[in-house]
Structure formats: C-alpha cells, structure tokens
Design a protein around this ligand. Structure first.
Ligand code: UD1
Length: 420
C-alpha cells in the first residue's frame, strides 16, 4: 500500500491543470447505456473510480477503450444486466447504472451499495422514483432486482430531499420512458446540468435545465444517438488546489476551470482574506499572509459543497480565530477532525457542528478515511511544521488524478512511498 510523505512549509507557485470532473464523468459513462452508437468522451479523469465504472460496463459486455483522457465506449454489445457486488462495493456511484439499464432492457439487478465512511447513504429515493415510473422492485440476496416488462412510464417525481445521483438516475430512466417525466426538487449541480445537456443534444426535448423543476419527454424505448462529449472541469479538484494555495499563502493559477463552478468556495476564500484574478478559463488565487476564520454550512449547489468541507476545516485549523462548520448533508462526515487533532488542531465536535479555534499545525502520521478527508490531510500537512505521513491514500486515488505530481510541480515537498 502507498502513503504520502509531505514536508510542510514549502511555498507553491506556477499553474496547475484541472482535470475533468469525476462526478460528472460517472453519470456520463452510465448514460452511454442509452446510446445506439459508440460514444467518444474527452477530458476523462484517469482516476480509480472512473476505471471501476468502466470495468463494470465492460463486465456487462460493453466495448471500452480509455487512453489519453479519452474514453471510447460502445454499449450496443451489452449482454448482461447484472452489476455484481464485487464492483459495486468498491464504489457506491455504481448505482448510476440502475436507471439506464432498467429503461433500456426492462430488467436489471444491481448490488445494493452498503453504507460508507461518511454515513448510511440510502438509495430509497432512487427506488421510490423508479417504482412511480412503473418498475417493480424487490431486494433479493443483497441485490436491487428491478423489472419494467412493458417499459417505464413518464410521471411526476417529487424528491423529498435533493439527491444528485438520484436525479441523474431518474433523468437517464426517463430518457427512454414513454411520455413526459417532471422532476420536482431536482438537483441543480453542474454535473446534473451536464447530463441534461447531453440528453438534449441526443435529441430529447428537455426544459428547466439547471433549475429545480426539470421536464423531459422520453423516447418511448428508442435508443439515443449520442454526440461526442467533453467532461466539465472538476470543481472539487479545483477547490482543493485553491485550499492548498491558501494554506501555503502562495499565489497559484488554476487552468481549465471556471469561476461559475466555484462560486460558494471562492466567496468563503474571499471572506478568509484571499483575492482572485480571472482570465478565460483560468483562476489565480492571491491568498493573505494569515487566514481569517470562517463560518460554513454545507448545502446543495449553488451553496457550499459538502465535498469541500474537509479541506476548509484544514484551513480553519490555522485561521486566526474561531471558525464554525455546520455539515448538513452527511451525518458522519467529520472523520478527518480526529486526524487533524493529531496534528495539533483545536476542534470541538457537537453533532453536525464543528468549532475550530486556529492554532499552528505540527506534522504527524495520519490516516485517510474517505476521499475528501484525505485531501484535507494533504492540505494540513502542507501547512504543518515537519514531515507528515498520510496513510491509506487509496481513498485519494479514487478521485484525484496525480495529486502528488501536480502538487510537486507547484513546488510542494511531497513523495509517494510504499508502506513496509
Ligand atoms: C453525490 C456526489 C458526492 C457528494 C453528494 C452531495 C457523485 C458520484 N457523488 O453523492 O460526491 O458529496 O452528491 O453533494 O456525484 N439521500 C437519501 N436517500 C436517497 C438518496 C440520498 O436519504 O435515496 C440523502 C443522502 O443520505 C444525503 C443527501 O440525501 O444525506 C444527499 O445525497 P446525494 O445527493 O444523493 O449524494 P450522492 O448522489 O450519493
């Protein structure tokens, strides 16, 4: 197993290329199940989660080729509709194949994802919506077994809670359904917007893109003629590099990103004392010498993303004063706090609220617990005095492409080493 060794205190400079968004690429790959043609997807992040989903589709019979950040995928050869436990257990987002498989084949079996480090993460809203569209669903031997022998039917779906992958799953199910589907309380995340745009560019009539009310007229079973697709830029990767710059008080430039994707993150960094310059598709951050404290409540887009909460907690650890973080989306998403405390942070947890009093961080051996918690520990280590070792970085590899290569090119002292 690999670990990262980081010597804190280095100044960063220069620019970094932001990769395609993992969370946009995952539903895009799943959506190719709806296509009658081979689809070419560029700006594909080459991270473990993406390779896992490509493998899942390969197991179902799709022909796939990933090279130079371009995926060519032909799903017309799919001859199995069973997404097995050995893959789904590695990545919850595998549930994204449920909607498209069911709408194309009228039946499928998808292993039920378990809980994960950040909470129980049920899929009840995905299943209730598919049932409303006419699917018969049962849970058998740990699998979601779904049937819709005469196809799915469009209807009105009101999500009790905003769910990103739930909304994406229903959009893909609705794409081949008969008639109109109206989704209320839909997610507005840029990754959901991209799926809507792809369905529109594949010939479907869709309105309300980017709003909480989306209407889509299904094709009635006819497969889609899908265009070539370019994955949008990864706003969480971009936000993570902005935090790395803020932690090391270093001016850096991010290329291939857009400020529209990062509104709430940039707002909070400005409140902490940073300023920004924008040019075409690049963002330059000019951080302050010392950070001001911050108050954050995680919420759905365009609010502050839960996927940036851990990285901002790392910044709050060294800010001058008391910061408050209120985590509203996931019940157990403070696992990084106890690791940050091992580096000298002063953090008090009370349910979903963390109170962080700024202190200076010192290097330690720490353990990554989930994807974004891992990047928070990297950011903390960049600002800590001494040599930190971050273990269990397979979490990082799920979602960050070449993190140590990109940070090291910016000037960080970071090495990937093998555990004994
Ligand atoms: C997606 C992102 C993840 C991000 C999260 C919130 C992907 C692959 N992952 O996850 O990185 O942290 O959005 O922005 O895009 N819920 C239910 N029942 C359901 C579905 C969700 O109760 O059927 C709850 C969840 O437990 C959570 C909330 O709704 O409390 C939001 O979760 P959701 O938006 O579904 O997260 P994901 O789509 O899994």
């Amino acid at each position: 197993m690999d670990f990262l060794q980081i010597t804190g205190g280095a100044k960063l400079s220069g620019s970094v290329e932001i990769s395609g968004a993992k969370n946009a690429a995952l539903p895009i790959i799943a959506s190719t199940i709806l296509a009658k043609n081979e689809v070419k997807i560029t700006n594909m992040p080459e991270v473990v989660d993406i390779k896992t989903l490509i493998k899942l589709l390969g197991n179902l019979g799709a022909n796939t080729k990933l090279a130079n950040h371009t995926l060519s995928i032909d799903t017309t050869s799919i001859n199995s509709t069973k997404a097995t436990y050995d893959i789904v257990r590695k990545m919850r987002a595998s549930i994204l194949v449920l909607g498209p498989l069911l709408s194309r084949f009228g039946h499928c079996e998808v292993s039920l994802p378990g809980g994960c480090a950040i909470g129980a993460r049920p899929i009840d809203l995905h299943l209730a919506a598919l049932e409303k569209m006419g699917a018969q669903i049962s849970i058998e031997d740990g699998y979601v077994v779904a049937h819709a022998p005469s196809g799915l039917k469009g209807c009105e779906i009101m999500f009790d809670k905003i769910t990103v992958t739930g909304c994406e799953n229903i959009l893909m199910a609705a794409a081949l359904a008969k008639g109109k589907t109206r989704i209320l309380n839909a997610a507005k995340e840029p990754e959901v917007v991209q799926i809507c745009e792809i369905l529109r560019d594949s010939g479907l009539s869709i309105s309300g893109i980017g709003t909480s009310e989306i209407e889509l007229e299904g094709s009635g079973g006819e497969l889609l003629s899908m265009p070539d697709i370019k994955v949008i830029s990864d706003r969480i990767e971009a936000g993570t590099y902005l935090c790395a710059a803020a932690m090391s008080a270093s001016k850096i430039t991010l290329n291939h990103t857009q400020k529209e994707l990062l509104g709430a993150v940039i707002d909070k960094l400005e409140l902490m004392g940073a300023s920004f310059e924008y040019k075409d598709e690049s963002i330059t951050i000019i951080p302050p010498k010392s950070l001001s404290p911050v108050e954050i409540t995680t919420t759905e887009f365009p609010g502050f993303p839960t996927d940036m909460q851990a990285q901002f907690m790392a910044l709050a650890c060294v800010a001058k004063g008391v910061s408050i973080i209120d985590e509203r989306l996931f019940e157990n998403r403070f696992m990084h706090a106890s690791e940050l405390v091992r580096m000298g942070a002063n953090i008090k947890l009370n349910g979903h609220i963390a109170t962080i009093t700024g202190a200076s961080l010192k290097a330690a051996d720490v353990m990554a617990t989930d994807l974004r918690a891992s990047s928070a520990l990297v950011i903390a280590a960049l600002g800590a005095s001494g040599v930190s070792n971050i273990h269990r970085i397979y979490h990082l590899d799920r979602g960050y492409e070449n993190l140590e290569g990109k940070l090291s090119a910016l000037g960080a002292d970071i090495k990937r080493l093998k555990e004994d």
